[in-house]
Design a protein around this ligand. Structure first.
Ligand code: GRG
Length: 309
């Protein structure tokens, strides 16, 4: 199957998404060190952590934002290659964060993506090192993008800020420190926008950077990404209450048991659903100036808001 981003406005969203998932997994498979190379166990743990499923929402956001930024212009082969590397890079950071989040010193989860977590399958030290090694690999992929060096620097800065103490790692630290503390809605929003929103936003912005987005397009992408990043978390909180938690490897009511505030605990189920609708509307409005080139982004917002796992 040719791994190309073709203009597929007539392709159904699910076919488009499936093609992006396969494309991303192919690039990840090629980019991860082989098990035949030493240290074999570390490489095995890295591959296990990254290639074990996942919705690949962040990768899809990279591709969709790249398409939107091109505004109907044909995609150059170098831009396509760069989008592939950027999409793989955000999935590597995401995978590392899940491996570390599952460790006994954090959430101590036993299942992830329907399989034993990395520290259960291997051991704690190996899982920590696998996460440690996935993170720099992401930046190595960005450094290999065949685009202007100034754009590579922007992309690296964007991803570093989203993953660091002002983004995901910082949000995780606030989350860890907030057990047993009653965060209000603004504090909860700030924590989530750092912990999960920042990486979703970075995915959208990376697509824009790689495809050379104009400032109008970048503004639209930023606004869209903010709304979608938050919506993702609201859905996660709703699913924590409603989904078949056993198959997801989570413990029912885990957040409540940990005394961690969630959107559902603060706004109630109905209030959370209302907020979700408003965020989707905000995301769709932000895309209006981008026209039909943003179709995949509009569909992705609907997908994120409507997801059931
Ligand atoms: C350890 C530095 C560090 C950070 C961890 C993102 C994060 C911070 C922890 C993840 C914990 C978690 C389950 C958060 C809820 C939202 C979320 C990020 C869920 C997992 O993302 P999906 O649904 O997962 O995109 P898949 O498996 O589809 O890739």
């Amino acid at each position: 199957r040719p791994l190309e981003i073709v203009k597929m406005s007539s392709t159904s969203f699910s076919d488009w998404l499936q093609a992006r998932v396969e494309q991303t997994e192919h690039v990840l498979d090629q980019s991860l060190p082989p098990v035949s190379q030493e240290p074999a166990r570390l490489h095995e743990a890295m591959r296990y952590s990254v290639l074990g499923g996942g919705k690949r929402v962040r990768a899809a956001l990279v591709y969709a934002a790249g398409e939107a930024a091109l505004q109907g212009k044909p995609m150059a082969a170098a831009q396509q290659k760069a989008l592939e590397l950027a999409a793989a890079a955000v999935e590597l950071i995401h995978a590392y964060s899940l491996v570390h989040d599952d460790l006994p010193c954090m959430d101590d989860d036993k299942l992830r993506r329907g399989r034993p977590t990395t520290h259960v399958q291997f051991d704690e030290a190996c899982a920590m090192l696998a996460g440690d090694a996935l993170q720099p690999l992401a930046f190595e992929l960005l450094a290999q993008m065949p685009i202007a060096p100034a754009l590579i620097v922007q992309a690296i800065t964007q991803l570093a800020q989203a993953a660091g103490s002002a983004g995901m790692a910082g949000g995780q630290a606030i989350d860890c420190d907030s057990v047993g503390i009653a965060l209000d809605r603004d504090q909860l929003q700030e924590m989530h926008s750092m912990k999960t929103g920042a990486m979703l936003q970075a995915s959208v912005l990376l697509g824009g950077i790689v495809a050379g987005a104009s400032s109008t397009v970048r503004n639209g992408l930023e606004e869209y990404a903010q709304a979608v990043g938050l919506a993702f978390q609201v859905v996660d909180d709703i699913l924590d209450v409603t989904a078949d938690t056993e198959t997801l490897g989570k413990t029912a009511g885990k957040d409540a048991a940990d005394n961690k505030p969630t959107y559902v605990s603060i706004l109630g189920m109905e209030g959370s659903r209302e907020l979700l609708g408003a965020l989707n509307e905000q995301a769709q409005l932000a895309l209006r100036p981008l026209g039909p080139a943003a179709t995949r982004l509009t569909q992705l917002a609907d997908y994120i808001v409507g997801r059931d796992h």
